[in-house]
Design a protein around this ligand. Structure first.
Ligand code: ZN
Length: 384
C-alpha cells in the first residue's frame, strides 16, 4: 500500500480560518508494530521536520519494495497554531500566545479514566491487556471536551499516537549534541538500543510527568498511569514499545547530510523493531548509558545579563568548575560585573542556551552526571 497523505482538520474556532495537520501514513491501518513520529510541536524547531522529510524518501523506497510490515504515521509539522505565530518579524513557536502555555505541556493524562473504563476486564497476561488499554484510551480521548484551538490540537495528536507501539517527538535544544528523554523504562535494553542506534550522547529516563504532561509522556506513561490507577500487580499493564522525546541537537543544526543520517538511523531502528523488513546492520556502539532523569543537572542564571560561556558543549567538568559568566556591563568595576556560574556536579556539559541574553532564573545549561544526583530528586526536568 503506497504512502497516503491525510489532512486532519482542526475544528474552526475563529470564523474564516481553518488549520490542519498533514499526516503521512505507510502500511496497513492497524498493522503492527505501529510507530508514530512528529516534529516541530515547538513550532520553530526545524531539525525534526527536516528529518521526517528525509525519512519519507527512505520509506517511499521501502514501500515500493514491499518492505513495510507495520504501520508508520509521520506528522512533519505537529503545530500549525505555533507555526503561524509570527509577531513583528520574530517567530514564537514555544508558547501559545493565547494561553501562554508551553506547547509541549498539558496533554491529556487519561490513565485513571482508562482504568475505570477497563474495570475488571484486565487479565494476568500483560500482552493480552495491551489492546484493552488501547481501546479504552481511544474511547476516553473521544469524549474529552476541548475548549480552545490548542486543546483540539492536543487531542488530534494524542488520537493519532495513543495506540502506537513506538512514539517519538522530535525537538531540538539550544546548543547540544543529539540526546534523548525516554518516558518509561520498558526493560529488555530497549532504551539502550534506541539510544545507540540514534547516536544519543545523553539518555535520560523521565520521572512520572503528571505535573508537566509533555506529549511523549502523556502517550508513553499511559501504561504507568493505568497500572497506578488499578494498583493490581497480578494483572500487569506494561509499555509494549517505547516512547520518548528526541532532541536533535541545536536549533541551528539544520543540515541535509545530518538529517539524512538521522533519518537512516530511524529507518534502521524500524528494521530492528520489525516495522520495516531488512537488515539494519550491527548496532552502533552506545555513546551514552540510559540514566534516571535525576542524573541531569541544570544551571540557572543568577541575574540578567550577557551569557559568556567558559567551556564548549561536550566539555567534561568537575563540580565547582566555571561553566559561564553572566556579565552586566552596567557595573563599572570589571570583576564585579562578572557573575560566574559553576558546575553543580561532575559530568559532561551537553546543553547550552541558544541565545546569549540571560534572564534571571532562566536555565542556561545542563550537565549529564555519571550517577543520580541527590539535589535533583523530586525536581522536574521541565524548566519551560
Ligand atoms: Zn522543543
Amino acid at each position: 500500500m503506497p504512502r497516503s497523505i491525510q489532512t486532519v482538520s482542526l475544528p474552526v474556532v475563529v470564523q474564516g480560518t481553518e488549520r490542519s495537520l498533514q499526516v503521512f501514513r505507510y502500511g496497513e491501518a492497524g498493522a503492527r508494530p505501529k510507530i508514530y513520529i512528529q516534529g516541530a510541536l515547538h513550532a520553530g524547531e526545524m531539525p525534526g521536520p527536516l528529518v521526517i522529510h528525509h525519512l519519507t524518501r527512505l520509506l517511499d523506497e521501502m514501500d515500493a519494495a514491499g518492505r513495510i510490515r507495520g504501520e508508520i504515521v509521520l506528522v512533519p509539522f505537529a503545530n500549525p497554531i505555533g507555526f503561524a505565530q509570527d509577531l513583528s518579524g520574530t517567530h514564537y513557536g514555544r508558547f501559545d500566545q493565547a494561553s501562554r502555555e508551553n506547547y509541549n505541556r498539558g496533554f491529556p493524562w487519561i490513565g485513571a479514566e482508562v482504568a475505570a473504563l477497563i474495570g475488571d476486564r484486565l487479565t494476568t497476561d500483560a500482552t493480552a491487556n495491551v489492546p484493552l488499554v488501547r481501546a479504552a484510551a481511544h474511547k476516553v480521548l473521544e469524549h474529552i471536551p476541548a475548549r480552545t484551538e490548542f486543546d483540539h490540537l492536543r487531542l488530534a495528536l494524542m488520537r493519532m499516537a495513543i495506540d502506537a507501539d513506538y512514539c517519538f517527538d522530535l525537538h531540538c535544544a539550544g546548543e547540544a549534541p543529539l540526546y534523548i528523554y525516554c518516558d518509561d523504562d520498558p526493560g529488555e535494553e530497549r532504551i539502550a538500543e534506541f539510544a545507540a542506534q540514534l547516536g544519543s550522547e545523553a539518555t535520560f529516563i523521565h520521572a512520572y510527568m503528571e505535573d508537566g504532561r509533555p506529549f511523549s509522556s502523556a502517550v508513553g506513561q499511559l501504561w504507568l498511569q493505568v497500572a497506578r490507577a488499578l494498583d493490581d500487580s497480578g494483572k500487569p499493564v506494561r509499555q509494549p514499545g517505547l516512547s520518548g522525546t528526541v532532541e536533535l541537537r541545536g536549533s541551528r543544526d539544520v543540515d541535509d547530510a545530518v538529517s539524512a543520517a538521522d533519518a537512516l538511523n530511524l529507518l534502521r531502528y524500524m528494521m530492528r523493531r520489525g516495522i520495516v523488513t531488512g537488515d539494519p546492520g550491527p548496532l552502533p556502539e552506545a555513546k551514552s548509558a540510559p540514566m534516571p532523569i535525576t542524573a541531569c543537572d541544570h544551571g540557572y542564571a543568577p541575574c540578567t545579563g550577557i551569557i559568556v560561556y567558559s567551556v564548549p558543549v561536550g566539555a567534561r567538568l568537575r563540580q565547582g568548575q566555571e561553566v559561564c559568566c553572566i556579565v552586566d556591563p552596567g557595573i563599572a568595576d570589571f570583576e564585579a560585573a562578572r557573575f560566574p556560574v559553576l558546575a553543580g556536579c561532575d559530568g559532561v556539559l551537553f546543553d547550552r542556551a541558544g541565545d546569549r541574553l540571560a534572564r534571571a532564573g532562566e536555565q542556561i545549561f545542563r550537565i549529564a552526571a555519571e550517577e543520580p544526583l541527590a539535589h535533583r530528586i523530586g525536581k522536574t526536568a521541565l524548566d519551560d
